[in-house]
Design a protein around this ligand. Sequence first.
Ligand code: NAP
Length: 354
Amino acid sequence: MTADRNRCWRVARHSHPGEPFSAELFDWCEEAISEPADGEFLVRTICLAPGPAQRGYLDKGKERLLERVAVGDVMRGRGVGQIVASRHPEYSEGDIFLGSLGWQDYSVQRPRGKEFVFSTKKITRPILPLSTQLGVLGQAGVTAYFGLLEVGALKQGDRVLVTAGAGGVGSVAGQLAGINGADITAGTASTDEKCAWMCDELGYDAAINYRTESVDERLAELFPHGIDLIFDSVGGEILDTALTHLAFHARVVICGFIATDYTIDPLSGPINYRHLLYKRARMEGFVSFDYWDRYAEAEQALAGWYRDGRLFNSEDVDQGLEKMPDAVASLFTGGNRGVKICRVAPDPDRLPSE
Ligand SMILES: NC(=O)c1ccc[n+]([C@@H]2O[C@H](COP(=O)([O-])OP(=O)(O)OC[C@H]3O[C@@H](n4cnc5c(N)ncnc54)[C@H](OP(=O)(O)O)[C@@H]3O)[C@@H](O)[C@H]2O)c1
């Protein structure tokens, strides 16, 4: 597909605290495609990565890690695309490019260093489908890799719990735990169907439906000697309950807190943090972009496991740029199974290395 117009989602207004994410926050626009100036290039978006953090880009409630996107601007979002015109000597037509492309078909880009989420790069040896460069081999994979192996210091024989274990980051973290020698890996999810998928496809030893089962009872049954490593993306009650099941010298990795991030009610807890003291455990948060200088290490390892068939491409693809607001909204209702991807255009027939 090569559109002659740039379709995009522009921010119509910021959301009120607690307001669900929806398409009502945006205007759908069709505009002329911008021309790159000297040192710039034009990228056609192929896939975008809907992520829970994008809700925060519009939320006028609390302070967030990233600044809000201004009303009238194209919505911010990472994506993978192909260069279709270039006025930069090191970037050529046909190159595959990863960066903050925004919710649109075409964006004018230039190279940017490790300026947090706006960092960009050319993918010299892309693997198909290109969606993997955002998912299992990209941001989701890298987050799971550093969170689990570096912050969580996963060891052979560890007993591991991954919350939101069927989600984007969680589906990779659960697989990486098994690949890297965990003795038992269990995860939480909101439906039986997701729990079955986690065990059948992702290699989890067990999965807990936190909506229908007692998390406390299941953890006691699955981890009679305690949990060595919790990879937590959820926070709230699930984390608080899991803290009472820690093993000695456990590590609790805080990747996210989707259960409480947008609640407007006053929050309490974690009440059970005293178990960190009882079990001489530690709890540590991390942001994957802090590891930008070491992304290549993670990407190489992930690609190796993927090629060996040990890492499964756990992605959940929506078709069309039109779907972006709904795709982000679905993350807050557990609508996704694996890494949420929005495909905007087909992969190219030929890659630059061919
Ligand atoms: N630290 C970092 O550098 C970093 C990087 C990327 C993402 N993150 C964070 O990691 C987390 C996962 O991100 P992701 O992109 O992979 O999203 P995701 O896990 O694919 O989607 C979110 C999942 O969270 C679960 N969920 C949603 N609302 C919930 C609630 N109220 N209570 C319990 N579970 C709920 C849902 O699955 P189920 O309900 O079925 O379990 C949903 O599928 C997010 O908190 C995100 O902000 C952190």
